[in-house]
Design a protein around this ligand. Structure first.
Ligand code: DQA
Length: 146
């Protein structure tokens, strides 16, 4: 069975409370349940994980090698700063989709930079919580064409 890891980085545990005008009112547990439901309907296994710690995210990415077929990664602010997470994605060799709830390109200039884009299959941003469903569909299609 295809297996996906949905990985969320710093501050995403605050979804629903945090700047709802930017990120919406859907909470992380609701998003994770949405991912599980959508994957179940596609007959895909889905593991979810969130951490505010860069190293914990890197450990999950490394551990995905040989276990998960794809990663949906919202690395939060680490997207714009972390060479280490970029390197982890490159080392794990697990196809990874970069995801953002907000349209980072319509926001501050520092959010236009993404280290992850250099190693990701592609990026989905600006569709709020629904972006996770789009990313799962995109990953399943990508894996089917592999
Ligand atoms: C985010 C966008 C990032 O710039 C920000 O630091 C986040 C969330 C998003 O989902 O829109 O924490 O990744």
């Amino acid at each position: 069975m295809t297996s996906l890891l949905v990985l969320n980085g710093p501050n995403l545990n605050m979804l629903g409370i945090r700047q709802p005008e930017v990120y919406g009112r859907v909470t992380l547990p609701e998003i994770e349940a949405m991912c599980q439901d959508h994957c179940r309907a596609l007959n895909v296994d889905c593991v979810v994980f969130q951490s505010n710690y860069e190293g914990a995210l890197i450990d999950q990415i490394h551990a995905a090698r040989g276990i998960h077929d794809g990663i949906v990664l919202n690395a939060g602010a680490y997207t714009h700063t972390s060479v280490a997470i970029m390197d982890a994605v490159a080392s794990a060799e697990v196809p990874t989709i970069e995801l953002h709830l907000s349209n980072v390109h319509a926001r501050e200039a520092f959010r236009h930079v993404s280290f992850l884009s250099k190693v990701a299959v592609g990026t989905i941003c600006g569709f709020g919580a629904h972006g996770y469903v789009l990313a799962i569909d995109a990953m399943v299609a990508h894996l089917a064409n592999d």
